[in-house]
Design a protein around this ligand. Sequence first.
Ligand SMILES: [Zn+2]
Length: 315
Amino acid sequence: MYIVCSTLPFREKALPEALRKLAHLGVKRVELCVEPHHSIPEHWKESPEQILRLVNRLGIKVNSIHVPLTQEPSKISHDELQRISTQQTQKTIDLAAFCGASFIVQHVRLLGNSMDLRQPPILAGIAPNLKEAARYAATKGVKLALENVPTSLARMLGANPKEVMDVVNPLPPETVGICMDVAHCVASGYDPLDALDSIDIHRLVSIHAGDNFSNQLIDQHLPIGSGDIPWEKLFDTLESHGFQGSFVIEVAEGEEKGKALTDSLDYLRDLDRFVPTLKASPMLDSRMPFSGRARKEVKGTADHKSFSKPLVTNT
Ligand SMILES: [Zn+2]
């Protein structure tokens, strides 16, 4: 299992600064967070090539990229909304392939009144077009990981993790899986351990890890260890299934910038399941002790065609 840090805690910073801060904390793998100025090259002052050079210089790897949430434009048809969303997903897949990231994290939007997903065909009532996105992702060697959401996110699918499973099921397992956000589970009233039981764990690509309080039903990304998520039991469950995917620390910062992340890292370092060298080292290793064989490193594939247009402003 790979320990990864989302750039979310530093989402107000420009991407290069966020990456430098993470590298300074010893982070080896990052997920570019959902914010457009971290995950859409058009929002970067630097070119993707420059970002990739920076990442290499800092000794970190772009593990995954979170597709930004598209605003629902008013007065357009559902077909058009699905088309725009699919295009955004394809752009993120291009970026992931360019950076050598192995998967993208995708929220699924419900179109129109398609709340009743027991009615087939499920895939017609959501955006992006997942069949098309999966086909495209397969050509680029990138996976899609569909994320469950907190109940508060209206018009999004997957407050119930089982719903995400229902959407993933008809899609190719080699390309489409699940990103289980445990804080979102709690915010929707689900026990993360029950949620893991309700899905095919072989389709689990990634865990989004932040803490939360089960009696509050609100979406919080608190430091790991500060809420009531049973982390030890969660790791035991993942270990028992031989989970080899990513464990992405996705915490939001409060007043003290960087503290939520350092507190989370400290909590993980203190767990007995970490290898002794990890506990002694100021640098965060990328693997947990039960990770088994190391996964093959994927280098940036430099698909420059995707980024041929000039990249200008930073917002
Ligand atoms: Zn998440």
